[in-house]
Design a protein around this ligand. Sequence first.
Ligand code: NZQ
Ligand code: ZN
Length: 396
Amino acid sequence: MNNFTFYSPTYFAFGKGQEVNAGKYIKRFGGSKVLLHYGGGSVVRSGLLDRVCQALDADQIPYVKLGGVKPNPRSGLVYEGIDVCRKEGVDFILAIGGGSAIDSAKAIAMGVCYDGDFWDFYCGKAAPKAALPVGTILTIAAAGSEGSGDSVITLEDGMLKRGAGSEHIRPKFSILNPELTQTLPAYQTAAGATDICAHVCERYFTNTKEVEITDRLCEAVLQTMIKETPRVIADPNNYDARANIMWAGMVAHNNIVGVGRDQDWNSHGIEHELSALYDVAHGAGLAVVMPNWMEYVMDHDINRFCQFATRVFHLDMDFANPRNTAMAGINAFRRWLRSIGMPLTFAELGAKAEDIPKLVETFGIGDGETGGFVHLNKDDITNIYELCSRETIPGL
Ligand code: NZQ
Ligand code: ZN
């Protein structure tokens, strides 16, 4: 196991009705005037926004509202949010929604405390030295942004989707009420579940040896998702399955399952180009990319893929030909993704093979290499996109 530090100071309030305590937590973490930041309307339609406003009114906490965050959140609204916060003297941002609202809130939080362009943090020009405190009320289990120090934004000028990471933007508190996810359409539930699995897999496929504890934690999260996702798709109001998924989404990405081991993250980079170009759900893009990435790199460490097949999907080990077991595990993962309604190919996602050169160009590694499990260059990235663009998948 590698050396590591782990500091994950988000305060979680989990369970039914917890959103009424938002004002209490805002005060606890020093907020006196709040920006309520949310998406395209689901929190308005569900009545959640009104309930939060009433709770803040009752606690005498003034607030301003800024909705309209799009999935795959854009830079334009971040600039607007920074202006609003400065003009209104906002000192706390409460994101209400999913990864998109939370990531946009984090970008605004960093931008308010910075004299330059907030995009400097996303293109690697600068590292944030401060940010306004952020709290969240989560409405979809997916990105894990409610417990992570990361934010992903798309720059409208060029549609570049990039991430920034800093301890300054890890949420001070996150309210996780599984009931709030019951209004999700099945497709969004499934895309979120796929993202959760991908966050685990990015960490599970590692070159670090002797990491039994985090291997087993990863497998537990994956098995929970494999069991619970079909239950909530069959019955969207299944509270207990929703609750298990919601906590799995947090555990998958606050790095408790990834400490002490190298991590890969190429599938995420490859997917981000798809959601930037086609505006598809991040999790749906991952359902196409991740199994193809697995197939492309599996020979690097067949034993690890056999471990995935036998421990996660309970497949029998083919000792005479371990490669068969590894491939069977990847296809079991694909079958599960298909069973929850996720796409497996470019055609099913709405992506086009003729865009591959453009996708590789914006991926932007030039002549370099990237990835913590297997180093990939731009030819490898092209090859993975080409696997994604196959019309049929052998063995399925
Ligand atoms: O905008 P509204 O109207 O709220 O609708 C949203 C949106 O259309 C809807 N939705 C959310 N909760 C709902 C609901 N509809 C009905 N009922 C509810 N309870 O679902 C749609 C998707 O929402 P979004 O916030 O975009 O989903 P998600 O949480 O999957 O976030 C995706 C973004 O997070 C980034 C992704 O790249 C993508 O931009 N990620 C962020 C990470 C991080 N910060 O750590 C890590 C991830 O790997 C990921 O890259
Ligand atoms: Zn993700």
